[in-house]
Design a protein around this ligand. Structure first.
Ligand code: BES
Ligand code: ZN
Ligand code: ZN
Length: 492
């Protein structure tokens, strides 16, 4: 993707397509509108409400071949998210018009500074332009991929800052697409080993440190929970640790631990039809953790960020792990398996306890498609947040509002502990209780972080949309969490 920022009169832009913003009830500007636009407004076909579009083919007024008017609604009601949404509609309309590049006149909005406007517009367009077409054979029938956009400023002011923010936004959005591609890939074509190759090439390209724990090393270290989950699979597991030191003088490190189940069949507690079909996405946490470190290094963030990715499959086979068995975790705590489908917390338990004892981060954040209960509680678009540290969790809440990757806190309470007591081991991996499944998942993980500040993000809902697009979130993998955590790491 190519982005360009210029200061030029929109009338003079020679492009296939130019995007002009129209605000509802804008009586000042109205006088200068071209005739076809005024006609459309008079006939009430178009009034500039949010995301409303109108295409016209100018003979005068503009040098561009086509003009797409994009409604932004009432100026007083506009915010960053409305801009993202309106401009994701622009991206989709441009695709329908088979435009692989276009020019965008940036709106001037009283209550939002021009740098933020440029950022939100770019996010809306780039995030909204994604589609996963790898397995479509008739490429001619597909709308073209977006190759470049030119942002047109109406004044020279802040042009350097705007260029900088647009370039930064491009890098972030390219990485969101990278995560979406990883999640959408066939589970048969991905594995702990393909993720390892990916991490190796990223580490080489960006000069990052990568440690790889193989099955043999996991055995030696006593990571028996990851090994148990992977025991029904043929492919070997991996634990990848990819480190970016953007602030080498500081000892502070932030760890992001991502659940990397390449496919979750449920194991012997096999998932039924209707629940299996989306389970190639059960590695979204690991994909996002990888994307975050890649982005941080491309942006040269001045922070130390370590991605920890436990990767394996939860399958059914002659040596699958079984309900009723007890396994000892990396931190020597024992777990009685009551449900092989509660596998995410098991691999995270080993990865988290390894992270807090070996990496000793200032804060560890885990990203996990952990429970369907979290989707029941918070729906498709909001992640569940559980934490032992209010200072960090309130900052993350704010990043959620700013990026519109919303998180909502669920309480952790020791009152839940009794439910997961085991008669033969230290704890059960899944209780007999029917309620608060998301919190029980969080409570389980809490056993493996000691006193380290920790935030658990249950992204089962927002990481993958199985029904339909939602604004700039595409159907399938969404890349949720990457913009959120990068915003957070710029804050802490
Ligand atoms: N990967 C699933 C959770 C999930 C479900 C993510 C739907 C995305 C969409 C997880 O491993 C799982 O199966 N969780 C169980 C936990 C239960 C057995 C305690 C669940 O949510 O049903
Ligand atoms: Zn599961
Ligand atoms: Zn799972």
């Amino acid at each position: 993707m190519r982005t360009n920022v210029v200061f030029v009169k929109p009338e003079l832009v020679r492009d296939n397509l130019i995007i002009i913003p129209i605000m509802e009830e804008d009586s000042v500007e109205k006088a200068s509108y071209p005739k076809p636009l005024n006609k459309a407004i008079e006939s009430k076909d178009f009034k500039g409400s949010l995301s409303q579009t109108l295409v016209f083919y100018p003979e005068h007024n503009y040098s561009a071949k086509r003009v797409l008017y994009i409604g932004l609604g009432k100026e007083s009601e506009l915010d960053k998210e409305k801009l993202r949404r309106a401009y994701s509609t622009v991206a989709k309309t441009a695709r329908a018009l088979k435009s692989s590049s276009f020019s965008v006149l940036l709106p001037i909005i009283k209550s939002i500074d021009s740098i933020t406007v440029a950022k939100s517009v770019t996010e809306g367009i780039l995030l909204g332009s994604y589609s996963f077409t790898k397995y479509k054979t008739d490429k001619k029938e597909l709308p073209p991929e977006l190759k470049g956009i030119t942002l047109i400023l109406s004044s020279q002011s802040h042009i350097t800052e705007i260029k900088r923010i647009v370039e930064k936004t491009r890098i972030v959005c390219d990485n969101v697409q990278f995560v979406r591609d990883l999640v959408n890939e066939n589970s048969k074509d991905k594995s702990a080993l393909t993720m390892e190759s990916m991490a190796i090439s990223i580490a080489r390209r960006h000069k990052l440190r990568l440690s790889v724990l193989t099955e043999k090393e996991m055995k030696r270290l006593g990571m028996n929970l990851i090994l148990a989950v992977n025991s029904g699979a043929q492919k070997p597991p991996r634990l990848l640790i990819l480190s970016y030191y953007g602030n080498p003088k500081s000892k502070d490190k932030y760890a992001v631990v991502g659940k990397g189940i390449i496919f979750d069949s449920g194991g012997l507690n096999l998932k039924p039809t209707g629940y299996l079909e989306t389970m190639k996405s059960d590695m979204a946490g690991a994909a996002t953790a990888l994307g975050i470190v890649k982005t941080a290094s491309e942006l040269r963030l001045r922070t130390n960020i370590i991605a920890v990715m436990p990767l394996c499959e939860n399958l059914v086979g002659p040596s699958s792990y079984k309900p009723g068995d007890v396994f000892t975790a990396f931190n020597k705590k024992t777990v009685e398996i009551t449900n092989t489908d509660a596998e995410g917390r098991l691999i995270l338990a080993d990865a988290l306890s390894y992270t807090v004892s070996k990496i000793k981060p200032r804060l560890v954040i885990d990203l996990a498609t952990l429970t369907s209960a979290c989707m029941v509680a918070l729906g498709r678009f909001i992640a569940g947040m559980m934490s032992n540290n209010e200072e960090y969790s309130s900052k993350l809440l704010q990043s959620g509002k700013d990026t519109n990757e919303i998180v909502w806190e669920l309480p952790l309470s020791d009152d839940f502990k009794d439910l997961s007591k085991s008669d033969i081991a230290d704890m059960l991996n899944s209780s007999k209780g029917k309620f608060a499944g998301a919190i029980e998942g969080g409570m389980f993980l809490k056993n493996f972080v000691d006193k380290t500040p920790w935030i658990h993000l249950d992204i089962a809902g927002p990481s993958y949309l199985s029904e339909a697009d939602f604004n700039y979130m595409p159907k399938g993998g969404t890349g949720f969490g990457l913009r959120l955590l990068l915003d957070f790491f710029e804050r802490v």
